[in-house]
Ligand binder design. Structure first.
Ligand code: C2E
Ligand code: CA
Ligand code: CA
Length: 824
């Protein structure tokens, strides 16, 4: 389970339960207060009604007293003569009563009773006002006469349906003939007022409790007097027996089959006021409240839950995720990764701690790197960094199709300074050397990385007094040579070591990619060889690598001696490789290739000794032999029928240093008796470069004599078109490296360009190193018809040469057939 889920599943209940409890409690509280409010409303309505009854009765009592004391009434009652009373006084009295009733319309009747209960005068407000039944009337009179003063009663005459408050008061009057001092005042009669309780009906109809609640009035027996509820019924005896009736306590009873809350109050002895409200309405209010409470609680829960979720995400989960991502990246080695939690709490502290850890790690990594990749004495990169850097730099140079130079330096007199002035002086010298080297090169001011950035040179100390420089940006040998010159100048500036002025000299070996080596190992080896050559040939100088240097000195001496003897002992042989004319299918010529038939080591190819032969100049003697031998052989083959063939002989650049070369060749031709046109000499572009004028002179002489001239290994060197025009060249030989690489589109294009160019300059063109049918087909297709290569024949001893003809014809025909098929 995820941390977020865990925290939320623990915290959610902690939050939700109190919310639910609070919601429930407040719902209960509100529901109760709804009930209480309902009861309070009922009580208030009842109280108002009761007060109205009271007020009405209090007023009626006061009026009764007032009316009873009216002088007209007194006069009336004191008039003994009945005749006079009825005829004279009764009318004004009735008018008086009428005026009362006009003022108090509820006083439905005003009566005067005689002391024995006989009704003497009655004034009714409305004529239809029914009389009270005799029993009730009699009962009221007995109660009135029994009472000492006023008497009031509420009557409900079930027979007539009359409902009224009856109030009566005795009237005692002293007659004019009576002694005012007698205490006993004689009773003359009673005044009775009947009050119609219309006001109660009005109130019952006017009041409303809640929505469906109302008031109603009953008498003691449960007869309903006033109500506003349809079909309530005339009596409600059931509720009258309820114990709380009249006690202002709410109770629940069915009314019209509906559970109803009831509250009652007794007014006036036998009148009951009721307030009622269906339970369902209170419940509905409660339910609405409950819905609200539930809704509010749910919203609160939702809001709280989202806040909790956000909080947990923001405060815990996000920072932890960020931390874990950072930890991951740091773990994978990205020590630059910063941890971004700008907070001051525990998580923030953790992040800070993490970040400190990362920084320490980066720092110690940097220290380790410093120790692993940099020379502690001079501060420049060490051997390890160099060995990782160089292959990368070579790979980049290869991609850019560019050159790279490696300069290996060795201080010439370091050991002597170290021995005489001590190690401290030696250390200072090395530091100074490193600084001077860096000042001569475009090194990165920043700490160099293992991977070259394509902009900066690299200076590294390999150990001892050996430094190496990688120049990934040199465009040519000349630039590399200039840099070496600059370094030599800087190195030889006098240096003050402990009061001694010391002069330091350096030897530099230079190797170039790709000229002197295809990979790092080869380049380093060759720079090393060149450096030793520089030391050997005088120190305080630089040398470019040359293959001849590759032979170590001792070996070289031995080889030199053996080579010298080999010539004397006749250990050299010539092998011949046919050059085939595809158009005729015959041998067009052959190239003479030198072999050394060593008595112990067997046949040795020229690559193994040519460098020494050239370096020692032995090639001159060998060359003379080759030329004579080849010419004799050609003469023999011409005699054997190959009279149209041309024989190619390779000439080394050293041979061109001999000003008599052309004369020698001419002499040999004469001596053997060979037409000059049958001989072709091959030389490389590098030979021309060494001394253009001297070579040009010799070539012109040879050409004038009729000897054909071919440029060998064409395409690998300078391939300057101007040579082809300035020198008397007859033929080009496409270098075998192109032929073997015809799978490559750009090499294909180069070969085709060379062929086209040769054609336009009317030069013969020969492809060398053809080993496969496909190469042959391509060359034929591209217009090159002179082919040399293993596909037809390897160089072989002359005895076997003639027998090659059949094999060659066969191969030629075979491929021609295939070509035709392909063309079709
Ligand atoms: P080169 O003049 O370019 O000679 C052609 C080289 O290519 C020969 O190597 C030959 O054996 C080789 N070759 C021919 N066809 C094929 C082929 O199909 N596949 C492959 N892989 N190689 C093929 P070789 O005989 O070892 O001679 C090497 C070099 O030594 C020559 O290169 C030439 O520069 C030099 N050399 C040979 N003989 C003499 C000589 O008499 N005088 C001088 N000065 N140099 C010579
Ligand atoms: Ca050649
Ligand atoms: Ca060649």
């Amino acid at each position: 389970m995820k941390l977020q889920t865990k925290i939320i599943s623990v915290l959610m209940p902690l939050m939700i339960v109190p919310l639910l409890v609070t919601g429930w409690l407040s719902y209960r509280q509100m529901a109760r207060s709804v009930e209480q409010r309902t009861v309070a409303e009922m009580q208030a309505k009842l109280a108002q009604a009761a007060v109205e009854v009271d007020t009405t009765l209090v007023t009626a009592r006061a009026n009764l007293e007032l009316f009873a004391n009216a002088s007209l009434l007194s006069q009336y009652l004191l008039t003994p003569d009945a005749e006079q009373r009825y005829t004279v006084l009764q009318k004004p009295l009735l008018r008086l009563f009428a005026s009362y009733q006009a003022a108090f319309p509820a006083y439905s009747e005003i009566r005067v009773l005689l002391p024995d209960g006989t009704e003497d005068v009655r004034r009714r407000n409305r004529l239809d006002e029914p009389r009270l039944s005799a029993d009730l009337d009699k009962a009221f009179f007995s109660a009135l006469s029994a009472a000492q003063g006023q008497h009031a009663a509420f009557v409900h005459d079930e027979v007539t349906g009359r409902v009224a408050f009856l109030l009566g008061a005795p009237i005692r009057l002293r007659g004019p003939d009576q002694d005012p001092l007698t205490t006993v005042v004689p009773l003359r009669g009673y005044l009775v007022i009947g009050v119609r309780p219309d006001f109660m009906a009005a109130r019952v109809h006017g009041e409303r409790i809640g929505k469906q609640g109302s008031l109603f009035v009953t008498d003691d027996h449960g007869h309903v007097l006033y109500h506003r509820l349809d079909g309530l019924g005339a009596t409600l005896p059931a509720i009258m027996h309820h114990e709380t009736v009249g006690h202002a306590q709410p109770f629940v009873a069915p009314i019209k089959g509906t559970e109803t809350i009831l509250l009652s109050r007794g007014v006036f002895e036998n009148v009951k006021l009721f307030a009622m409200l269906p339970v369902s309405e209170v419940l509905a209010d409660g339910k609405a409240l409950g819905t609200w409470a539930a809704l509010v609680t749910l919203v609160a829960i939702a809001v709280a839950a989202s806040l909790l979720f956000l909080f947990v995400r923001l405060v815990l989960v996000r920072p932890i995720q960020e931390l874990s991502r950072a930890a991951h990246e740091i773990g994978e080695g990205n020590l630059e990764r910063r941890i971004l939690i700008g907070r001051k709490d525990e998580v923030g502290e953790l992040a800070t701690a993490f970040d400190d850890m990362r920084r320490n790690l980066a720092a110690s990594n940097e220290r380790v790197r410093q120790i692993a990749y940099f020379d502690q004495l001079t501060g420049v990169p060490n051997r390890t960094l160099f060995h990782e850097f160089l292959p990368e730099a070579i790979a980049q140079t290869r991609l850019r199709n560019d050159k790279l130079a490696l300069l290996l330096l060795d201080t010439d007199n370091f050991k002597r300074i170290n021995d005489t002035l001590g190690h401290d002086a030696g250390d200072r010298l090395l530091r100074e050397m490193a600084a001077r080297l860096e000042s001569c090169l475009r090194t990165s001011r920043k700490r160099p990385g293992v991977t070259p950035n394509g902009e900066h040179d690299l200076v590294a100390r390999l150990g001892g007094d050996e430094f190496i420089c990688v120049l990934p940006l040199v465009k040519s040998r000349t630039t590399a040579g200039m840099v070496a010159r600059r370094i030599l100048d800087a190195a030889t500036q006098p240096l003050d070591l402990q009061g001694h002025e010391v002069l330091v000299t350096t030897s530099i070996g230079i190797a170039l990619y790709p000229d002197d080596g295809e990979d790092a190992e080869e380049l380093i080896k060759h720079a090393d060889i060149a450096m030793y050559e520089a030391k050997r040939t005088g120190k305080n100088t630089s040398r470019f690598y040359a293959p001849a240097m590759a032979i170590n000195y001792a070996e070289r001496l031995a080889l030199e001696g053996e080579l010298r003897r080999a010539l004397e002992r006749g250990e050299f042989r010539l092998h011949y490789q046919p050059i085939v004319d595809l158009e005729s299918g015959d041998i067009a010529g052959a190239e003479a290739l030198l072999r050394w038939q060593h008595p112990e080591r067997g046949t040795i190819a020229p690559d193994a000794f040519m460098a020494v032969a050239e370096a020692t100049g032995l090639i001159r003697g060998i060359g003379v032999w080759v030329l004579r031998e080849a010419c004799h052989q050609l003469k023999a083959w011409m005699a054997a029928g190959l009279d149209a063939m041309t024989l190619s002989v390779n000439l080394s650049s050293v041979q061109f240093q001999d000003a008599e070369l052309a004369t020698r060749v001419a002499e040999t031709l004469d001596e053997v008796g060979l037409p000059a046109r049958r001989l072709q000499v091959e030389l490389t572009e590098s030979t021309i470069i060494q001394s253009e004028t001297a070579v040009a002179e010799l070539l012109n002489k040879l050409h004038a004599r009729g000897v054909r001239i071919a440029l060998d290994d064409f395409g690998t060197g300078y391939s300057s078109l101007s040579y082809l025009r300035r020198f008397p060249i007859d033929a080009l030989k496409i270098d075998k490296s192109f032929v073997s690489n015809l799978g490559d589109a750009s090499d294909k294009a180069i070969v085709q360009a060379i062929i086209a160019m040769a054609e336009s300059l009317r030069l013969d063109v020969t492809a060398e190193g053809v080993e496969e049918q496909g190469q042959l087909d391509f060359l034929r297709h591209s217009g090159c018809h002179l082919i040399q290569g293993y596909w037809f024949a390897k160089p072989s001893p002359p005895e076997q040469f003639l027998s090659l003809r059949n094999q060659i014809r066969e191969r030629c025909g075979h491929s021609a057939t295939r070509m035709r098929v392909a063309d079709a």
